[in-house]
Design a protein around this ligand. Structure first.
Ligand SMILES: [Zn+2]
Length: 350
């Protein structure tokens, strides 16, 4: 079922109104198409959500899900199509664009041990399913495909900087703890950039009327994970408390616990369909965006790599540490601390 991803111009007056109307409590919104035939019952949106199943395996062996990361393919002509649309004084190169795509995807995987994104180009070619395909994911590209197309070739992208469509089955998805959940199973998502739009690469030099590429893609990836626009559907917005902009704590065993409908939306959420100006760079996720992610893909603490395990020294390092320590306790201790600190930072950076 197609789902539109919007990133459109918005007059600043509307943005100001939001700020004035926003009381405490922000939150996140599950995709509005997933109503399970109860379009007026917003409280059950949490049960209706589509998710990528937490199953092992790769799309390269016809298994779709979080195993091997969410695997994505970039259309062969992506760079050739989009580079001329960048209005920066010095447009990005194709390797820079590919790195920026990975960066935008990785925002959604930050501090999450399972939700990762893996490029599979050119092993798989990005491909849109033909109109009317009975199973529009089977044999058509990777789990997430990225394209640049004209509105004539892909009418859904008309009037938008980019547009995300996804397909799901009614099969119960497998949750992060390996249990079947209610809702739908996400099978495929296509992110299409509009070749009539303009973009800019450098967030330090925004270009009015154009979209910041990384921010826009980060927004679209939120759709590919099943999130929707809080500003468009404030009546479907969820949070756990009345404190604006704070972290939304999600119970990993019982993710719906304490979530309640709140109508005040977060003006800083990247999942808003408009942010005051299309040009506003906003590559970072807000706590509410992360709350939505953590609801859909909740991790228990044990699944998050701990600093302790990541800083475990190997035998050679242990030997070095003992050697240094035997000569000088004070300098040896300083060396250990420095060593562990370096390893931890390196681990998280990778
Ligand atoms: Zn959108």
């Amino acid at each position: 079922m197609p789902k539109e991803g919007k990133w459109k111009h918005c007059i600043s007056v509307i943005f100001c109104c939001w700020l004035l109307l926003c009381g405490p409590a922000f939150g996140f919104v599950i995709d509005d198409s997933l109503t399970n035939n109860t379009p007026n019952n917003f409280a059950d949106d949490l049960q209706d959500a589509a998710r990528w199943s937490n199953v092992p395996g790769s799309v390269l062996s016809n298994v779709r899900g979080l195993g091997e990361g969410l695997e994505y393919a970039i259309a062969p002509d992506f760079c050739a199509q989009i580079i001329p649309l960048f209005q920066d004084r010095q447009p990005p190169t194709c390797p820079q664009i590919e790195a920026e795509i990975q960066k935008a995807l990785d925002h959604w995987g930050e501090n999450h041990a399972v939700l990762k994104f893996t490029p599979v180009t050119p092993s798989l070619t990005a491909q849109l399913p033909p109109e009317g395909a009975s199973e529009p994911w089977r044999g058509f590209g990777a789990e997430i495909d990225l394209f640049v197309l004209s509105p004539e070739a892909y009418p859904l992208v008309s009037n938008f900087g980019a547009y995300t469509s996804f397909w799901y089955t009614n099969q119960a998805p497998i949750g992060m703890q390996g249990q079947p959940l209610s809702g739908k199973t996400m099978m495929s998502a296509d992110i299409v950039f509009n070749n009539r739009s303009c973009y800019f690469f450098n967030p330090q030099i925004p270009i009015s009327g154009c979209n910041h590429f990384e921010s826009l893609l980060t927004h679209e990836v939120g759709h590919a994970l099943s999130l929707d626009h809080p500003n468009e559907f404030p009546q479907r917005n969820f949070d756990t408390d009345n404190i604006p902009g704070n972290t939304i704590p999600i119970d990993c065993q019982q993710p719906t616990k304490t979530l309640k409908l709140v109508s005040q939306i977060d003006p800083k959420a990247i999942m808003n369909s408009s942010l005051g100006e299309a040009a506003s760079p906003q590559p970072q996720l807000s706590p509410d965006d992360l709350g939505g992610r953590n609801f859909l893909y909740p991790l228990c603490q044990a699944m998050v790599p701990s600093n302790r395990s990541s800083s475990k020294p190997n035998p050679w390092q242990l030997f070095g540490i003992l050697l240094v320590g035997s000569f000088c306790c004070v300098f040896g201790l300083a060396t250990i601390v420095q060593q562990l600190g370096k390893r931890r930072r390196t681990k998280w950076r990778s």
